[in-house]
Design a protein around this ligand. Structure first.
Ligand SMILES: C[S@@+](CC[C@H](N)C(=O)[O-])C[C@H]1O[C@@H](n2cnc3c(N)ncnc32)[C@H](O)[C@@H]1O
Length: 301
């Protein structure tokens, strides 16, 4: 009996300390008087040393227009407005938008524009530099929107969940290498700025983070991003299949059947003294030059 009571007490205590708030409810941690909301990934950066590393990596110029995603209570924003000509910040939570406006107006500067909106739905401004401690749940759609963004920006310095950042910077042959790394490396160069432990945030997330720097490639590669990404889905969609069978199963039906010679070469219907690599290259010969160049550099290694 005493044992059962003890267990019940233990359960109650655990329920209090480790309770997960209902979806969309405030997580309970307070940041400058505001209760953070888990739904919006509100993990505020509380280590000024990391803020400095992000801003140093961005190599800001006084003439820069900076685009900040999710300013929160303004931990990055207050420094950005000191270093840039103009800062445009996109914040989904009206409470945070009001807070960052209040905090920054206290500095006497008037170069901050806060847009209360969802960055994934908003039409983006023209900017030189993008800086963000991103809510992790939008990492992937945000990155693809950034890659497709024209005209190009000078650089983006972004905080991601560590595992996502590792997939971004992965090299050929590494287990994390996939569609994300290929798409990314075609358009931009990505490097690690620093790793950030979870205790640097209020409230701490359940994962560690990494800051990466993204620099667009110059001259820009002109490909239709949708078309290109479709191609990558074929290449990486069936991880256990070879590139050859992936193409046979999907791409060929629409494109390759029109081209009998290529179709034969790919499917081996007409025996040729060619290596698999040459056959695939032949198929890829029907693609645009930039696409071929990128595919040759990864898919056939
Ligand atoms: C990880 S917090 C970063 C806050 C602040 N920059 C900092 O480092 O302390 C992410 C911020 O992005 C905001 N946010 C979440 N989803 C968003 C979206 N789709 N569009 C714009 N802002 C968003 C959150 O409300 C939150 O303020």
């Amino acid at each position: 009996m005493a044992k059962v009571k003890k267990q019940n007490l233990k359960k109650k205590a655990k329920g209090k300390a480790g309770a997960t708030p209902a979806k969309g409810a405030a997580s309970g941690a307070s940041a400058g008087g505001l209760v953070t909301n888990k739904k919006f990934g509100q993990h505020l950066l509380r280590n000024p040393g990391i803020v400095d590393k992000i801003l140093n990596a961005a190599e800001l110029k006084p003439s820069d227009v900076a685009f900040e995603i999710g300013p929160g209570t303004g931990n990055l924003t207050v420094k950005l407005i000191e270093s840039c000509k103009r800062v445009i910040a996109c914040e989904i939570d009206p409470r945070m938008a009001a807070e960052v406006r209040k905090r920054c107006s206290g500095t006497g500067r008037t170069n901050l524009e806060v847009r209360e909106c969802d960055v994934l739905k908003e039409k983006w401004p023209i900017f030189d530099v993008c800086v963000a401690n991103l809510p992790y749940q939008i990492s992937s759609p945000f990155t693809f929107k950034l890659l497709a963004h024209r005209p190009a920006f000078r650089c983006a310095v972004l905080m991601f969940q560590k595992e996502f950042a590792e997939r971004l910077i992965a090299k050929v042959g590494e287990s994390q290498y996939g569609r994300l790394a290929v798409n990314t490396s075609l358009f931009v160069k990505v490097s690690c700025v620093c790793k950030v432990g979870r205790m640097n945030f209020t409230p701490p997330p359940e994962v560690d983070s990494m800051v990466v720097k993204i620099v667009p490639r110059y001259p820009p590669i002109e490909v239709d991003f949708r078309e290109w990404d479709g191609l990558m889905r074929i290449c990486f969609g069936r991880k256990r299949k070879t590139l050859r069978s992936s193409f046979c199963m999907t791409y060929t039906l629409k494109t390759l059947e029109d081209n009998y010679t290529t179709w034969c070469a790919l499917t081996g219907n007409r025996p040729e003294k060619k290596s698999m690599k040459e056959k695939v290259l032949e198929v890829l010969g029907s693609l645009k030059l930039a696409e071929q160049r990128a595919i040759k550099s990864f898919a056939l290694n």
